[in-house]
Design a protein around this ligand. Sequence first.
Ligand SMILES: *[C@@H]1O[C@H](CO)[C@@H](O)[C@H](O)[C@H]1NC(C)=O
Ligand SMILES: *[C@@H]1O[C@H](CO)[C@@H](O)[C@H](O)[C@H]1NC(C)=O
Ligand SMILES: *[C@@H]1O[C@H](CO)[C@@H](O)[C@H](O)[C@H]1NC(C)=O
Ligand SMILES: *[C@@H]1O[C@H](CO)[C@@H](O)[C@H](O)[C@H]1NC(C)=O
Ligand SMILES: *[C@@H]1O[C@H](CO)[C@@H](O)[C@H](O)[C@H]1NC(C)=O
Ligand SMILES: *[C@@H]1O[C@H](CO)[C@@H](O)[C@H](O)[C@H]1NC(C)=O
Length: 472
Amino acid sequence: MSMATFTLPFFLSLLLLPLFSLLTFAADNTTGTIGINYGRIANNLPPPEKVVALFKSQGINKVKLYDTDAAVLTALANSGINVVVALPNELLSSAANDPSFADQWVQANISHYYPQTQIEAIAVGNEVFADPNNTTKFLVPAITNLQSALVKHNLSSSIKLSSPIALSALQNSYPPSSGSFKPDLIEPAVKPLLDFLSKTSSYLMINAYPFFAYEANADQISLDYALFRTNSGNVDSGNGLRYNSLMEAQLDAVFAAMSALGYDDVKLVVTETGWPSNGDENEIGAGKANAAAYNGNLVKRVLTGGGTPLKPQDPLNVYLFALFNENQKPGPTSERNYGLFYPDEGKVYDIPLTLAGLSGAQTNPVNESKAQVPTTAPSSGNTWCVANANAGDEKLQTALDYACGEGGADCRSIQEGSTCFNPNTLEAHASYAFNSYYQKKARGTGTCDFGGAAYVVAQPPRYGTCEYPTGY
Ligand SMILES: *[C@@H]1O[C@H](CO)[C@@H](O)[C@H](O)[C@H]1NC(C)=O
Ligand SMILES: *[C@@H]1O[C@H](CO)[C@@H](O)[C@H](O)[C@H]1NC(C)=O
Ligand SMILES: *[C@@H]1O[C@H](CO)[C@@H](O)[C@H](O)[C@H]1NC(C)=O
Ligand SMILES: *[C@@H]1O[C@H](CO)[C@@H](O)[C@H](O)[C@H]1NC(C)=O
Ligand SMILES: *[C@@H]1O[C@H](CO)[C@@H](O)[C@H](O)[C@H]1NC(C)=O
Ligand SMILES: *[C@@H]1O[C@H](CO)[C@@H](O)[C@H](O)[C@H]1NC(C)=O
């Protein structure tokens, strides 16, 4: 790896300008956002004012609701928090069949609160294709009427309309490149929906739960892959892309399904994802340690990485499910145990939710016994920096050159004949260099990014027998 040692000043001067802008503006471009779903199917939750204070204390400025509750929307006014509200499934037929209903609903439930309450989108229905009350046929007509109402109230440029769909809308999702929608949904619902989203520059809302896939196929899916932990990944046989997490594979299956219908321009927002901290005996994988690992690693992935292998330039925007454990949800035990918080606002487990929290966790490792983050290797509380293979060779090479040159990383071990030369791959060498840089910078915020070419992991990287130091 000759580039690991270059020191030509001429090269550096060429390199520094683009790299400087890459490092400085990466946050605007390649890092995603974390929001939280504020579900309220419970009889023991704190009042909305206290919940808004909780969001603020956690540094969370994006929230998704399941209705337009007056007390909640009022509490969120002038809070600096952006809000996705919802029109519940029960109102879809009225909104579809009666334009004046849609108009009055927008007047009473949106206009009335905006802009004091920063409503940024309306989720029209929730998982409508899976609704046993057969509301699918109302979806697009309802959205159309609501859009007319937004236009009338001069809100259409400020507020997006979309609808959260469940992954069960897919016919195929494996390998991701073969992703397709269920044939019977395509003409009546999916195409008109995507057409609307494309024309209004809106995005598809997707509820994605790797937990369900893992629970049903625990014998075939590795837990590390489901929990965003270091793993050898899976290669998509259709296009050769490598996946290191089930969630990214799920999202790319949706991208592939949209692409197959000619909608390559529609972006995704993950409106729900989560992992239960408790479950029935047959709910394989449910538990506090796994929930902390899933959500903690997901937050790191979103705030420090780029997009998915198919869409590396599109940051991941994710709403965690959910803020609280909700004691009145029906179904198996897991349903009442997706919360990050107990109703008394105590944490179910302790994970960072912001970039500031991530860098805090790096310098002050979370108390392991409290956080219950499982480790497959000894150690921990430590974090490492690894290459994002999805960033592409060119970006990795540029960042590797920078790290080993100007960046001052210790790259001796990846020279030919040295301990970490093998595996002799760009990804492994870049990971070594990025980690050295990151550790030397005391794991400071933004020191494991390289414009989206790197991200932080909580497990020691595994490339051959190479050891990745945590101190220099
Ligand atoms: C994001 O950064 C890439 C270069 O890394 C650039 O090509 C692209 O235009 C940027 N996108 C936006 C939306 O700024
Ligand atoms: C919409 O607003 C009306 C009037 O304030 C209220 O009665 C109704 O409950 C709201 N609808 C929803 C779904 O919150
Ligand atoms: C289906 O519709 C009925 C009547 O409106 C309602 O009581 C029930 O809660 C609905 N079920 C679902 C799953 O939305
Ligand atoms: C929904 O559609 C299915 C199949 O068409 C039908 O069997 C079922 O009765 C319908 N349910 C309702 C609540 O209309
Ligand atoms: C419509 O909304 C835009 C902002 O989205 C604002 O600039 C404009 O003044 C509004 N027009 C009217 C007539 O209120
Ligand atoms: C870590 O948490 C455990 C259990 O809550 C507690 O007993 C212990 O004192 C804590 N250790 C530190 C260093 O905070």
